[in-house]
Design a protein around this ligand. Structure first.
Ligand code: ADP
Ligand code: ZN
Ligand code: ZN
Length: 776
């Protein structure tokens, strides 16, 4: 609120004649209006005199006074008006009394997200509360009846009414409506309503959420004795809880017992009467982690929140989290918004904190890890980030800036062995084949798989790419046709489907459009050939190489087969029981899974991420190879990770094979600093989209120029508008303006100034992405 308009007649309107509205609220409405930073102003009519911050209300919007929903973000007197005319503010039109008000810490978190990530406050608050909660899915009203004490029973009663009164007299308190009717042999509700109208009986209504859950096998798990390193971490984090907010990094290779540290810290938090939130990166991971947490903490209230829940389940869990009393919430990114009441949150944990799945890719584009840090800060409690391959941002904070306390787990947990990592030079391996077929499983990996299968072990095979093949080209020598998506500047990916006439189809992984696999080249009518790698092709090759594998012993999971969390859960169950011997998949199987009988992990190609046009490509490659290597050696047998690569000398791959994160991080941080990239600098990206390329570019140039003219732009590098690496998606051209600032505060100030001045107006054509994790 600026108050710039000092020459206006506002002073005169403040004249207090006692008739105009005196109470006002700022409302964040969910329709996409960005009235930065506070929302829209309304007056409070007497009927809603007790409206409070965090309440869900309805307000009239625009000329037509359409009714829209929103949250009250601020309440106050004329001071909230700024330069607005109090006589012309519209009044609130309604309040949703059944909706749960947002706890003030969540409201504060929403304001921070809106400011930091450049998202409209209404959209932000709206997206924090699941729609299942707003729509109250699965809510049932239970009505019971009770006698009104001391009411005089004069006048006449029907037989049915006498039966009802008799029945209610015989119970001390309330009786459920259907039971009351049944016991008194009354078929309709009218006699009961008659009694209620005469003030003799009273209905008591309760809303309950009823969600159906599949029965989970919940056993109790033994509590191991902590190693010295684990104990030191547990002691340090719990001691810090007395001093309010602090940040901790638990850095330990996979299998070093991080989850055990989380569990014991959660138990201590619950014992202090406080609640804990444990974030895990993907739904796919939640079954195992939440299963383990549930089993260990079975005596406590364990709630889960992730996208694999039914709407009713989500509504139920959300409501339970809002109740007072200690609980632990386990969930994916959005569980950071669990409505734990103010004052109850005692610990936040983010597992696999480096995972890019924590970044939301639509508005508000918040990072779950950084939002969790903010939430812990608002709650005044410690936050523990855990990873075997910390993000360079967190590593930088722990080692260079010292804002994060570093706890190391240097050894694998007792009973686990360190897997051996073998780099396989695929250029050499390829010489083994004389046929012209594409081979993806080299002789070294094949031998290791065969041995493992013979010995009764299991294997995991990772390929970072879905589908069958990623380029469809003309095989004729003098033709360079290559199948591109019509609507995106990207190639189509071939997928096999034996039910289709040509045995397959092609899909664009950006706009998801699908076409038949062409029979011939549309340019020269020559034959088509398909190149490249995909999980489906690996699956075929495994079937060919190991024809004796019984049906069902090979399973593939990627986002094409894993339509539902339930399916993934099912495959994991079969893998856990040993029915599946080889599990093949994309990166979703690279982390978090814990199966003792896995002896071999194969990485089909460590290079798939290395050559992406993204400054984090090296970091991703390191993470991938290193995480996957941690998947084996969990049981009695020593593990072997076989990493196939065309670039065995690439430093990231070398360091990952040696599991030397610190050496990798030191060199990568130096490189990032020298190029002025995160984490040394803070990056934001503004993406402009338009069906017309020139218009998109012009819009980008305008944004860049207007930002450059702002005083807060000094010290921030504003790169000229340029095409995005994928310059067109879904028939819209994409132009980006990158901002690189020395600090988060400088970046935030520039974006805030950009929004207040109208240079940045988030919309369908303009998206702001602060701290982006992908730059395509
Ligand atoms: P991480 O989360 O770092 O991958 P986990 O906590 O899953 O590691 O531990 C790996 C395995 O070692 C698990 O099966 C766990 O039960 C076991 N484990 C962890 N800590 C100990 C310990 N102190 N003593 C014995 N076993 C342990
Ligand atoms: Zn497309
Ligand atoms: Zn051709």
């Amino acid at each position: 609120m600026t108050g710039e308009d000092s020459k206006g007649p506002i002073g005169g309107l403040f004249k207090d004649d006692g008739t105009g509205p005196r109470d006002f609220v700022q409302v964040a409405v969910e329709r996409g209006v960005d009235r930065y930073p506070d929302g829209l102003t309304y007056s409070v009519p007497p009927a809603f005199a007790d409206v409070r911050e965090g309440d869900r209300v309805t307000v009239p919007l625009g000329r037509g006074n359409a009714t829209v929903d929103g949250y009250v973000v601020q309440r106050g007197g004329v001071e909230v008006l700024g330069s607005l005319d109090p006589a012309r503010t519209k009044p609130l039109s309604g309040r949703d009394d059944a909706a749960m008000p947002l706890p003030s810490q969540l409201l504060a978190l929403g304001r921070w997200i809106s400011a930091y990530y450049g998202a409209p406050i209404g959209v932000t608050l709206g997206s924090m509360v699941p729609s299942a909660v707003r729509k109250r899915v699965g809510t049932v009203v239970r009505r019971s009846w009770t006698i009104v004490p001391g009411a005089v029973r004069d006048g006449r009663f029907s037989t049915q009414q006498r039966a009802l009164l008799e029945c209610l007299d015989s119970v001390a308190g309330e009786l459920d409506e259907s039971e009351l009717l049944e016991r008194s042999g009354v078929a309709t509700k009218e006699p009961l309503r008659g009694l209620a109208r005469r003030g003799l009986v009273r209905a008591v209504e309760r809303t309950e959420v009823h969600a159906k859950w599949a029965d989970a096998a919940v056993g109790s798990l033994a509590v191991p004795t902590l190693t010295d390193e684990q104990r030191a971490a547990v002691e340090a984090v719990s001691a810090s809880a007395e001093h309010g907010f602090s940040q901790h990094l638990l850095f330990g290779v996979t299998g070093s017992g991080k989850t055990e540290v989380y569990l014991q810290l959660i138990e201590r938090t619950l014992a202090r009467g406080k609640s804990a939130v444990l974030l895990v990166p993907e739904i796919a991971l939640t079954p195992q982690t939440s299963g383990r947490v549930m089993a260990r903490l079975a005596a406590h209230r364990v709630l889960v929140l992730h996208s694999g829940l039914t709407a009713a389940q989500r509504n139920e869990q959300w409501g339970l989290a809002a109740q007072r009393g200690p609980c632990v919430v386990v969930g994916a990114r959005s569980a950071v918004f669990a409505p734990i009441p103010d004052g109850d949150l005692g610990l936040v944990i983010v597992d696999e904190e480096h995972d890019t799945g924590y970044k939301q890719d639509q508005q508000p584009r918040y990072h779950g890890r950084d939002t969790a840090i903010r939430r812990a800060q608002l709650a005044g409690c410690p936050i523990l980030l855990g990873s075997a391959t910390p993000s360079l941002e967190t590593w930088w904070n722990a080692t260079e800036r010292g804002t994060v306390v570093l706890h190391r787990l240097t050894r694998r947990a007792p009973g686990l062995r360190t897997p051996r990592v073998e780099l396989v030079d695929f250029r050499v391996e390829q010489r083994a084949w004389s046929d012209r077929r594409v081979h993806l499983i080299g002789p070294t990996l094949e031998r290791a798989l065969r041995r493992t299968l013979d010995e009764g072990g299991q294997a995991i095979i990772l390929l970072n790419r879905r589908g069958y093949a990623n380029s469809i080209v003309c095989a004729a020598k003098d033709c360079d046709w290559c199948m591109k998506c019509d609507r995106c500047d990207a190639g189509m990916v071939a997928h096999r489907d034996s039910r289709l006439p040509k045995g397959g189809f092609v899909r664009c992984h950006h706009c998801l459009s699908e076409l038949r696999l062409p029979e011939r080249c549309p340019v020269c009518r020559g034959p088509i050939s398909i190149f490249g790698l995909g999980t489906q092709r690996v699956e075929e090759e495994l079937e060919r190489t190991f024809p004796d594998l019984p049906p069902g012993a090979l399973a593939r999971v990627d986002s094409d087969t894993t339509q539902t969390a339930a399916h993934f859960h099912d495959v994991l169950g079969r893998f856990g029981r040993g029915e599946v011997r080889i599990l093949l998949g994309t990166q979703m199987i690279a982390k978090g899974l814990d199966f003792p009988n896995v002896r071999v992990v194969g990485v089909i190609s460590a290079d798939t991420a290395l050559n992406l046009p993204d400054f984090r490509a090296t970091e991703r490659t390191y993470q991938l190879v290193s995480q996957v290597a941690g998947r084996c050696g969990r049981g009695d047998a020593a593990g072997l990770a076989i990493v196939q690569t065309f670039q065995p000398d690439a430093p990231a791959i070398q360091w990952a094979a040696r599991q030397d994160f610190e050496a990798f991080a030191a060199s990568e941080l130096e490189a990032r600093a020298s190029f002025g990239l995160p984490p040394a600098k803070r990056l934001a990206r503004i993406v402009l989209r338009d069906a017309d390329h020139d218009r998109a570019l012009a819009a980008g140039r305008t944004v860049a120029a207007r930002l450059l003219a702002l005083p807060t732009a000094s010290g921030v590098l504003i790169r000229p508008a340029a095409d995005c690496p994928i310059a067109r998606i879904n028939d819209r051209f994409r132009v980006q303006v990158e901002l690189l600032a020395p600090t988060a505060a400088a970046l935030q100030q520039l974006i805030a100034a950009g929004r207040s001045s109208g240079a940045i107006v988030p919309s369908d054509q303009l998206a702001v992405d602060v701290d982006p994790v992908a730059l395509l």
